[in-house]
Design a protein around this ligand. Sequence first.
Ligand code: ADP
Ligand code: MG
Length: 235
Amino acid sequence: MNPALSVKSLFVSYHGNEAVKNVSFSIEPGKLVGIIGPNGAGKSTLLKALLNLIPKDKGEVQIYGKSFIELRKSVAYVPQRSNIDWDFPITVLDTVLLGTYPKLGLFKRPKKSEKEWALQCLQRVGIAEFSKRQIGELSGGQQQRVFLARALAQESEMLFLDEPFVGIDVSSEETIITILKELKNSGKTILVVHHDLSKVSDYFDQLVLLNKELIGFGDINQVLNAEVLAKAYSG
Ligand code: ADP
Ligand code: MG
């Protein structure tokens, strides 16, 4: 069986400064994987390069054994909240509807059935009552739920989330991790950038430990040992 995601010798740089160096790993379907490492370790860069949002210097990324280009619609992405323009005038429901666009195709407007589906996704994350609000009027936790709902609306096989738990309330965090675990149990593959070490063993099956290079990869207990962590978090 092909892995859900395979990354081979990935290199990414900004203006000649290497941010991700020779990273290789592969992930089986149905895993919830944490990408951890200190600030500036290249975690966001790794996700963006996997998604082809920024150019790679070198390396190969395959999803279910196929090139990323063929299967890009099968990956939903929740970017870091701090990188989103929350003044953009768009309602909660319309934000979630954006998730249906890849399936809908170009130039087709969402119909009643898509709107109902978007509302169901909002219900699942527990904020259907805010569907008509502007996204800028929501709290951090509510905004993060909207973006998870958008990812759910996309019905993708894979989900990439960048620091979804930063700056949100406890109840939103619990809702989000519960849904991620449900998705994983239904066979989806999920990558979550997470910058601190708290709760990693409750949340994830496997870890990618990054500090430009791949410092550790595997099941939680293999990666969460003092020696490996010291290597990632020192200097
Ligand atoms: P992390 O998400 O682990 O905190 P990033 O992937 O955001 O790390 O950044 C990795 C490195 O690349 C950092 O040194 C950062 O300053 C640099 N970097 C990130 N984005 C850019 C950019 N757009 N232009 C130049 N340098 C960048
Ligand atoms: Mg980051």
